[in-house]
Design a protein around this ligand. Structure first.
Ligand code: NAD
Length: 497
């Protein structure tokens, strides 16, 4: 291919399979293209241009990948846990060694600022380090049985071939959070990364290959027809487990499809996080946390605060603190020096954010700053927005906005705010700020979410179980619970008569 200006920004072109065009998929330890010859283009939302083409695999090729993963499973399931741990650790090191290139490419294909991308690369690598340790801790237990002279022993075994479907908003971490646990457990897998951000996935597969992952254990199939490939991954009987991160709507489709073969499922779905600031909160601390939590990735994270509830006695003061911070943002091209916030991933994403903002303004909210597309920068840039006087009948209260919009609601009592905080069908993350320890425990326990930040806006940590309740899905990733999603428990009853 030609050497466009953007490609000079990465040192190791081979890492992204850019010595060839289109970039390829990784199946059975080989880099391959679709037999149809079809490709799809990957765009740079920050510059509104095509970056490069990627092979667009057919469903039959995903099916072949599943069969290859199934064959590889027969051997990999018996690999020693030390071997798995060594591969994971080597892969972790390689990601850190290539962190600059990985972060640059992530910014190019996703749009997020380079600082956000760097943070994600380290976060993504950390899952591999963590699961390298977890591989060594797979254990079982033993019990006396009800029947005299019988003993019960439990062991844990890998579930089998895993289908992995990931979104564009964390192009690396959503892959390693699943793949790290699956590899440690002894599973093989077929990954279908988001079509918006395949280069991060390609680079991870290249590094996995360099780390010594045996052929067929990790297969990565790029395609631009998610529904068809999703159908294969959820109905093929050789797949025993599906792990999906994405929207609640797609999660429900995958659940229905998986029912025909009763696959084990992990679903990390959408959120609509409440962020509650009580009148006794440290307001400066809460404002700093809100900025990080709300605007990381320009608000395109599943755990980002969506509804900010502020006690009426401190509302004006808190709004000012938020406004002061947002005014200092530097919106711009993610790779440019000093830029704090980049574009959204696509025009479609911008459209949804504008719809939410317009709806809020029509129903009585006021935009203190922002509220519109920054067309002068490009079609995917949205001005960071602060909305005051938000009301519960607004779209912004009912759905996740997934954009750089901070909508502040006023409340008076703990009972009132909890009622509204829990009023959505989803429950992923929630945040509360208060200096009253009893209230912290009380409210944290009462919030209908899987993760609570108490006086902090950061709940994502490889050491903390990640996942939701209600329509935010089920299953937990990371932590000591993450690996169990990829293990079956087998009991053996042994007579010692
Ligand atoms: P999405 O559900 O549209 O897409 C997610 C992935 O699924 C993409 O790769 C997409 O191509 C694929 N997909 C789409 N339709 C499919 C189908 N019918 N069958 C199989 N695959 C299909 O979600 P999105 O808008 O790309 O991502 C943002 C959503 O993901 C938000 O709702 C966000 O909250 C959620 N998310 C959740 C977590 C979490 O851990 N809970 C993390 C990140 C993002």
């Amino acid at each position: 291919m030609t050497n466009p200006e953007w490609i000079t920004k990465v040192k190791d072109v081979e890492l992204f399979d850019l010595k060839v065009q289109p970039a390829r998929s990784f199946i059975g330890g080989k880099w391959v293209v679709a037999s149809s010859g079809q490709v799809f283009d990957v765009e740079d939302p920050g510059r509104n241009r095509v970056l490069a083409s990627v092979t667009d695999m057919a469903v039959e090729e995903t099916r072949e990948a599943i069969e290859i993963a199934h064959t590889a499973f027969q051997k990999y399931r018996h690999s020693s846990v030390r071997e798995r741990a060594a591969i994971l650790r080597r892969w972790y090191e390689l990601i850190l060694e290539n962190a600059d290139d990985l972060a640059t490419m992530m910014t190019l294909e996703n749009g997020k600022s380079l600082a956000d991308s760097r943070g994600e690369v380290v976060y993504a690598a950390n899952f591999l380090d963590w699961f390298a340790g977890e591989a060594l801790r797979i254990n079982g237990d033993s019990h006396m049985a009800s029947v005299p002279n019988n003993r019960i022993l439990t062991i844990k075994q890998p579930v089998g071939v895993v289908g992995i479907i990931t979104p564009w908003n964390f192009p690396a971490a959503m892959i390693t959070r699943k793949v790290g646990a699956a590899l440690a457990a002894g599973c093989t897998m077929v990954i279908r990364p988001a079509a918006e951000t395949p280069f991060s996935a390609i680079a991870l597969a290249k590094l996995a290959e360099r780390a010594g992952v045996p052929p067929g254990v990790i297969n990565m199939v790029t395609s631009n027809s998610p529904a068809e490939h999703g159908l294969e991954l959820t109905t093929n009987p050789l797949i025993r487990k599906v792990s999906f991160t994405g929207s609640t709507n797609v999660g429900k489709i995958l659940t229905k499809q998986s029912s025909s073969t009763l696959k084990k499922l992990s679903l990390e779905l959408g959120g609509n996080a409440p962020f509650i600031v009580f009148e006794d909160a440290d307001l400066e601390k809460a404002a700093d946390a809100l900025i990080a939590c709300k605007f990381r990735g320009s608000g395109q994270t599943c755990v980002c605060a969506n509804r900010i509830f502020v006690h009426s006695n401190v509302y004006t003061q808190f709004v000012q603190l938020v406004y002061d911070r947002v005014s200092k943002f530097q919106l711009g091209y993610g790779l440019d020096e000093g830029v704090t916030h980049g574009p959204l991933v696509s025009r479609k994403a911008v459209h949804k954010v504008q719809e939410h903002v317009d709806d809020a303004l029509n129903k009585g909210a006021t935009a203190l700053t922002g509220g519109s597309v920054a067309y002068e920068m490009g079609p995917c840039y949205f001005h960071p927005t602060v909305l005051v006087d938000a009301k519960y009948n607004m779209l912004i209260a009912q759905e996740e906005t997934f954009g750089p919009v901070c909508a502040l609601f006023k409340f008076s009592t703990e009972e009132e705010v909890l009622k509204h905080a829990n009023s959505t069908p989803v429950g992923l993350a929630g945040y509360l700020f208060s200096k009253d320890i009893s209230r912290v425990f009380r409210v944290a326990e009462a919030l209908e979410v899987g993760m609570v930040g108490c006086n902090t806006g950061a709940v994502s940590d490889v050491l903390s179980p990640f996942g939701g309740v209600k329509e935010s899905g089920y299953g937990r990733e990371g932590s000591q619970h993450g690996i169990s999603e990829y293990l079956d428990i087998k009991s053996m009853t042994i007579s010692i008569d």
